[in-house]
Design a protein around this ligand. Structure first.
Ligand SMILES: [Cu+2]
Length: 375
């Protein structure tokens, strides 16, 4: 059976004697459970160890928990299965269920009298303690009829956890990651019984769930031979960005490129952008409109590609590699159909959250050093 269970996940860290049945919830879930979950990145507990994901942090003892009485739901009740992927973007600090933040999609509808089953697929490297208000659920942990009742269950990195409950508590109930930073930035929903109408006071503040302040951030290198950086104002799906590269080392006249871009974040990996590039480069004397994408390759190699209004294109690959906690090596390679190749590499020593000392070599502007400022 392709379904991954909490018992398998935890079993990987605890030895086989703790794992219970290899197939997990074989006798519990009945025919409605279906086949493997599409897109589940986590196949079995063993892989988590192989991938170095078996964190030293102790895992919760879920397989050992056993209810005193049977918690099995009435088998005659209809089952509603709700599949939720848990995702996030650490850079912009937005957290998703099914690739949407609370502010984009706030409701999960259920009906009184059915068995509601949540299948939570964690695609992040983080632990998400998912908490449901209003009712206890039973965590499917390999204990069969004695699956334990809880109101919060931690979904481990790259693992899938299933819980279910008989829907009996009519109301609007908040369901959220209990890491409150994740909750506040999108990893939450309102579980809403279809027959329930909130009172007017609740209705009147309900829209506030949809608000999330834009996030402003940026970074700039101010070096003896050049400066480059960006400034960005980002919401959940869109951002506005200004970035620059201005160099004066090794060139007769200061050269600049300034991009004004609007970004659309499709998911945590892919973003698309459109905007304009202003420069005093003789290859593009009038500037150009640009349309492109960003996507990280494995090993966190950041790739940017664009086409412009002149029919030319540019490709950029960049990578930062931490040699120690504070000393980072970085490199960038760029190919532009009119400007040809350009590359840069350097070292950055992180002094504080906001400040680094940076030295770099740039193929146009030569060698220099200075400060990197972040906010
Ligand atoms: Cu979380």
């Amino acid at each position: 059976m392709g379904m991954t269970l909490p018992s398998e996940t935890v079993g990987a860290g605890m030895g086989h004697e703790e794992m219970g049945h290899g197939g997990g919830m074989d006798m519990q879930m009945g025919p409605t459970m279906g086949g493997p979950i599409e897109g589940d990145l986590f196949k079995n507990g063993r892989e988590m160890v192989v991938d170095g994901m078996n964190a030293k942090r102790p895992l919760p003892p879920y397989p050992k928990l056993r209810a005193i009485h049977s918690t099995a739901p009435d088998p005659s009740k209809p089952v509603r299965e709700i599949r939720l992927t848990l995702d996030g973007d650490m850079e912009r600090y937005v957290w998703f269920l099914n690739n949407k933040a609370l502010h984009e999609d706030d409701q999960i509808h259920i009906r009184k009298g059915e068995v509601v089953r949540f299948v939570m697929i964690n695609r992040t490297m983080m632990y998400h303690p998912m908490h449901l208000h209003g009712q206890f659920f039973r965590v499917i942990n390999g204990q069969g009829d004695r699956s334990p009742l809880k109101h919060t269950v931690t979904v481990m990195p790259m693992a899938t956890t299933v819980f279910e409950f008989e829907a009996s508590e009519v109301g609007d109930w908040f369901f959220h990651c209990h890491l409150l930073y994740h909750m506040h930035n999108g990893m939450a929903r309102v579980v809403e019984y279809e027959s329930f109408t909130p009172d007017p006071d609740t209705q009147s503040v309900r829209h506030e769930l949809f608000e999330l302040d834009p996030y402003v951030y940026g970074s700039g290198d101010f070096l003896s031979h050049m400066t480059e950086g960006y400034f960005e104002i980002a919401g959940i799906r869109y951002s506005g960005l200004v970035d620059w590269e201005i160099g004066w080392g090794n060139v007769p006249e200061t050269e600049y490129e300034i991009d004004l871009l609007g970004n659309y974040f499709h998911n945590r990996f892919l973003s698309l952008f459109a905007g304009a590039q202003l420069s005093n480069n003789e290859a593009y004397p009038d500037g150009r409109g640009i349309f492109g994408f960003r996507y990280p390759l494995p090993l966190l190699i950041g790739v940017t590609g664009w086409v412009d209004t002149e029919g030319e294109f540019r490709f950029i690959a960049e990578k930062a590699y931490p040699l120690t906690d504070r000393l980072h090596l970085f490199g960038e390679f760029q190919y532009d159909t009119r400007l040809d190749y350009e590359w840069a590499a350097g070292l950055e020593y992180v002094v504080s959250k906001e400040l680094s000392i940076t030295g770099s070599y740039h193929s146009e502007f030569g060698v220099g050093g200075g400060l990197t400022v972040r906010f």
